[in-house]
Design a protein around this ligand. Structure first.
Ligand SMILES: CC(=O)N[C@H]1[C@@H](O[C@@H]2[C@H](O)[C@H](O)[C@@H](O)[C@H](O)[C@H]2O)O[C@H](CO)[C@@H](O)[C@@H]1O
Ligand SMILES: [Zn+2]
Length: 302
């Protein structure tokens, strides 16, 4: 694939649904502005729950067809976001959804959690060679909330960037998905008296398995105009995100602020110009030279 877009964004996610939940507005926002957005999903999500009773028979313990079905959900979500370049790491089915931490599925022979790090990273380097992204998004070392496939996606993405560096095709900036503690605190306040409080039982934002101090956030992407695309992409993942999901409860109360604004920490690269108390960037490509698309590496060049 010859990519001529001047801006190229690479995202590395663990399962079909993560791209929409965590970065759907960012992806739709940049795709709508001509950035070439490449999504790499590391597993098919075979071990997921199924919130559509009519599809219960696809479950891993039954026909074990959920992975194939989630390929179609992901394709629909990408259409809603305007993203056309999507790949599964190593090809569809190479790495299997490991299930939640500590489950026997972590030990499945193809479990992503057991993948050889350099072998998996090498497959991502092949995509970096072709796409030559200036910016990459993945998770923090905790995988945002501790799922083994998210932790492994972080490790593979960061190792690939390390391996690609000497070849000159590593991203100049690497961001990790994040949620500011102040946003979590505002959410807890807003739902304090709600009957369907998604934060019920949580005393403080620090008690949640995710959340980042505001002064460690590097970018706030206001993709409010892509909030509807994000919600449509999430609804494409109906086996994973039921209509009753807390995600929609929060969205219905927060609206554009929740669905259309996404936050990141900067793990590598130089921070661009920003604004506000903590100098948050409003553009992931801030500070990067507006470069022409480098000539694709000659065939066989390494
Ligand atoms: C957003 C995300 O990473 N989803 C994963 C996750 O799903 C969780 C899992 O089904 C768990 O059993 C539920 O209690 C929890 O609510 C879900 O978020 O893990 C799945 C299995 O690895 C994965 O398929 C799904 O994409
Ligand atoms: Zn996930």
């Amino acid at each position: 694939m010859t990519i001529t877009a001047r801006q190229r964004l690479l995202l590395v996610h663990a399962h079909p649904d993560d791209e929409s939940i965590g970065t759907g507005a960012t992806m739709a926002y940049y795709a709508a502005r001509g950035t070439h957005v490449t999504l790499v999903t590391c597993t098919l999500g075979e071990e997921g729950e199924i919130h559509l009773p009519e599809l219960a028979g696809l479950a891993a313990a039954e026909a074990d067809q959920l992975g194939g079905y989630r390929i179609t959900e992901l394709a629909a979500a990408c259409r809603e976001m305007g993203v056309s370049d999507h790949r599964f790491l190593g090809g569809a089915g190479r790495y299997r959804d490991s299930g939640m931490m500590g489950l026997p599925t972590n030990d499945h022979p193809r479990a992503f959690w057991r993948a050889d790090l350099d072998e998996a990273a090498g497959r991502l380097v092949e995509i970096m060679r072709e796409v030559r992204p200036q910016v990459m998004i993945t998770y923090d070392p905790q995988g945002f909330y501790g799922h083994p496939d998210h932790i492994q996606a972080h490790r593979v993405a960061m190792r690939a960037a390390e391996l690609a560096g000497p070849e000159g095709c590593a991203p100049a900036k690497i961001y990790w998905t994040a949620l500011p503690r102040s946003v979590l605190a505002a959410g807890m306040d807003a739902f304090a008296d709600a009957s369907d409080n998604p934060f019920a039982g949580v005393e403080a934002p620090e008690d949640l398995p995710f959340g980042t101090p505001d002064d460690q956030i590097a970018a706030r992407i206001d993709a409010t105009d892509a909030g509807a695309a994000k919600e449509a992409a999430m609804r494409a993942h109906a086996t994973q995100i039921p209509d009753s999901s807390w995600l929609y409860v929060v969205a219905s109360n927060f609206g554009a602020e929740f669905m259309g604004v996404e936050y990141y920490t900067l793990a590598a690269g130089r921070r661009g110009p920003g604004a506000g108390r903590y100098g948050w960037e409003s553009d992931l490509f801030a500070g990067l030279p507006s470069q022409d698309v480098p000539a694709p590496a000659a065939a066989g060049a390494r």
